[in-house]
Structure formats: C-alpha cells, structure tokens
Design a protein around this ligand. Structure first.
Ligand code: ASP
Ligand code: MG
Length: 417
C-alpha cells in the first residue's frame, strides 16, 4: 500500500466529464489498495474569469479581496470531485485550504506555506476516505484566506506530499511528461524518463510551463518524489523528477544535454559608449530595478581604450518600452552621452543538462551548430548546467531544431541506439 498525493490541473477538471474521469482514475488507485489525497485546481479559465470580474469593478482591488475571490474557483472543483467519487461508491471528503490547516504567511496573492496540520487528513485516510483538498490556497494566522500565486496548486500538492511523507506526488496535466523541448516546435522532441530537480528548475525558469517553479524547489528541499503524468492517457510513466546526484560516477553516465528551452519573450537594450568607471552598472540598472523591472542577461564589454564601454542587457518584452524610457529620461542624462539601441525581435535559446558540468566543449559545439545554420549569436551567458544564447527571433525554431539534433536528443536517434 502506498500513499499518493495526486494533483489535477485546470484542464483535467475543466468539465463535468473531465471531473468524472478524474474520479474514475482516483478510484482505480484506491481499488488497488492505495491511499489517495487529491489536490485540484479551479476549472480551466475560471481563475482568469474571476480576476477579470474583479478588474471590471476595481482596477486596484486590495490583495486580500482578490484572494478571497480567486480562491473560490478551487472550492467548486473539490466539492464536485468529492461528489463524483461518492457517486462511484468511494467515500470522499473535500476540504478548503483553511479547513485542512494549510498555514501561510500573509503575503496575499503570493503567500508561502509555513505549516500543514496533517492529523485530520491522516485520520480520514485511515478511515478509508479519499481526501480532496483545494489547491492554491491557505490561511494566515489571523484566519484570512491567502493564495500561493498563479499555478500554486502544484505547490499545494508537493507541500502536502512532504507533510504526509507520501510515497509520491503525482502531477496530472495535459502533457504526458517533461520533454527535451517543446514538441510543437520540434516534432522529434521526446519525453524524459527522469530529470533532476536542478535541470527542471532551469527549464521551468526558462519558459517551460509544465510545473510551478516553487513546487519544484519545494520537492527538492523536502526530497519529495515528484512525477508529471498525463491525466488524459492511462498507463504512461510520465517523467520522474529526482534529487540531484552528486555522484561523479553517475554523472558521467548522464546525457550531456537534457533539454532545450527557448523564449521569444525578451527584448535587448544596449547603451553604447558609457563611461567605464566604477558604479556605472548600478547607475544603469538601479533605476530599472526601482521600477520593478526584472533584468535577465547582462553583458558589459571590456573597454578597448579603457574609457568607454558598451553595456547590454535583456528584459521581458512587456517591459521593453518602459525600460527604453527610463534609459532615455533618467540614465543617459545622469551618465552623460551614450547612444541607445534596442531590439525586441530576439529569442533566447538555452541548453540545460547536469552532464555539461563534467564536459568541456559544449559551448563551442553549440556555437558551431548555430554557425552552420548561419545564425548569428548576439549574447551568451552560462551557468554550471546551462548555456544560453540570444539570437534573432526569426531563427529561433531553426536553431532549436538544429541543436536538438546535434546534441542527440532527436527521438529517432535514441530509438536506434
Ligand atoms: N487556479 C489557480 C491558477 O489558475 C491555481 C492553479 O491552477 O494551480 O493559477
Ligand atoms: Mg498549472
């Protein structure tokens, strides 16, 4: 007998039929003698609908009221799922986050879980019940309803699995696992059997939207076995997200590259001929940070003559215009001189893999592959398990496909081995 925490996302509970199908799936696990805690999201589109309703009434609602509102989406799906289970003869009880004792801080709309009371859930499980818990929500010390940030039901699932010491946290979603890259762009993308927490975090923050980043961090911190699976197909293994291996022996066996992430959601800005003196970088980026704009890649050239340098960085596309404005109106007048260039038709493509730690030459191979396709590299940044390049947006898909093939990730290559 195992204890599973199973989380079903919005599309998996998006209609009455889908909810009934989830109930059938849960029932099968229980019929096999397992204990199940189910965490559900709101029906797909529901959270957006609620946020939109709020904006029609008040464009700056207090975060407390916003949480009060958006947390209702999950209350609908927990009760409907419990009813569907009961209809199949499975004893089930639904609970809101507050009822089940998911204690959070008071940071509305992005609250963090501090503690979970497990006694009541445990005794329900021991009574043979399936416990259905609302994802995405909790309660602060004063009893106010809080939410955990968009996509937060994943975090509820992992946190419950950690608190209950579950055998596995299973995230059911509309894809059947984590892929080497987006199959819509590269038809040869294939599902990974396993991926490490570290790689998953890099892929998630680079734009692969399979799991909420915080849920993956949580799983890594508390060593929760986490599996991503399809809620639509039965029998697949999905992808198991495992703790990082520090074992050198093991890492020699690992593929160099596990996945390729990409995004066209950034824009690049360059300040030419800025004075090369201490404090310049912070004088450029300070006003941008003050405007709460997140900066991703940063490159500063070595000043050839020692006096002037070029400074390039990227921001989200949505922040491009405002960043331009800040540079024009605040930074350039402050620094004096400096020509401004901007480009919002760029893409960032990143290779991710713990295997690259112990191997040199990944970067040069990446650059060669892109050069062979006549793709110009505009910026580069690296970390221990990742190499990212900025290229023109129009070359993004070609670049991803060429790299996917060159690094041996294509489906056919693997099957032939
Ligand atoms: N319903 C919430 C959202 O759409 C939480 C979730 O689905 O995980 O963000
Ligand atoms: Mg989600």
């Amino acid at each position: 007998m195992a204890l599973y925490v199973q989380k079903f996302g919005g599309t998996s509970v998006g209609s009455v039929e889908r909810i009934k199908a989830v109930a059938e799936k849960v029932k099968r696990f229980r019929d096999n003698g397992h204990q199940v805690v189910v965490v559900v999201s709101a029906m797909s589109g529901e959270t957006n609908r609620l946020v939109d309703l709020a904006s029609q009434i008040n464009d700056e609602p207090t975060p407390r009221e916003l949480d009060m509102l958006v947390s209702t989406g999950e209350q609908v799906t927990i009760s409907l799922l419990a009813m569907a289970l009961q209809k199949l003869g499975v004893p089930a009880t639904s609970y809101t986050g507050a009822q089940v004792g998911i204690q959070t801080d008071s940071a509305y709309t992005k609250a963090r879980i501090q503690r979970i009371e497990t006694d009541d859930i445990q005794s329900d499980l021991d009574d043979g019940q399936v416990v259905v818990v609302a994802g995405f929500q909790g309660v602060d010390e004063e009893g106010n309803i809080t939410t955990l940030g968009r996509g937060g039901s994943d975090t509820t699932g992992v946190a419950l699995a950690a608190a209950l010491k579950a055998d596995e946290c299973q995230i059911y979603t509309d894809v059947d696992g984590v892929y080497t890259t987006d199959p819509r762009v590269c038809s040869k993308a294939r599902r990974l059997e396993t991926i490490t927490v570290e790689e998953m975090l890099e892929l998630a923050s680079l734009g692969s939207k399979v799991l909420q980043i915080r849920a993956v961090e949580f799983a890594g911190k508390y060593n929760v076995p986490l599996r991503v699976l399809s809620s639509f197909e039965d029998g697949g293994n999905g992808t198991l997200i495992i703790a990082d291996t520090d074992d050198e022996e093991d890492s020699m066996e690992e593929p160099l590259i596990s996945g390729i992430a990409f995004t066209a959601n950034e824009a690049k800005l360059t300040l030419l001929n800025t004075p090369d003196v201490p404090g310049v970088a912070s004088r450029i980026l300070g006003p941008i940070a003050d405007a709460n704009i997140e900066i991703d890649m940063i490159v500063q050239n070595v000043a050839p003559a020692g006096d002037y340098t070029d400074f390039t960085f990227t921001v989200g596309k949505g922040d491009y215009k405002q960043t331009m404005k800040i540079l024009k109106e605040q930074v350039i007048p402050d620094l004096g001189g400096g020509e401004l260039r901007g480009d919002d038709n760029i893409a960032k493509v990143s290779l991710v893999g713990v295997g690259m730690r112990s191997h040199a030459g990944i970067a040069s191979k990446m650059f060669r592959v892109l050069a062979d396709e006549n793709i110009n590299i505009r910026m580069v940044s690296t970390s221990e398990i990742k190499i990212s390049v900025v290229i023109d947006e129009k070359h993004m898909e070609l670049g991803v496909r060429a790299l996917h093939k060159a690094f041996g990730l294509d489906k056919d290559d693997i099957e032939q081995e």
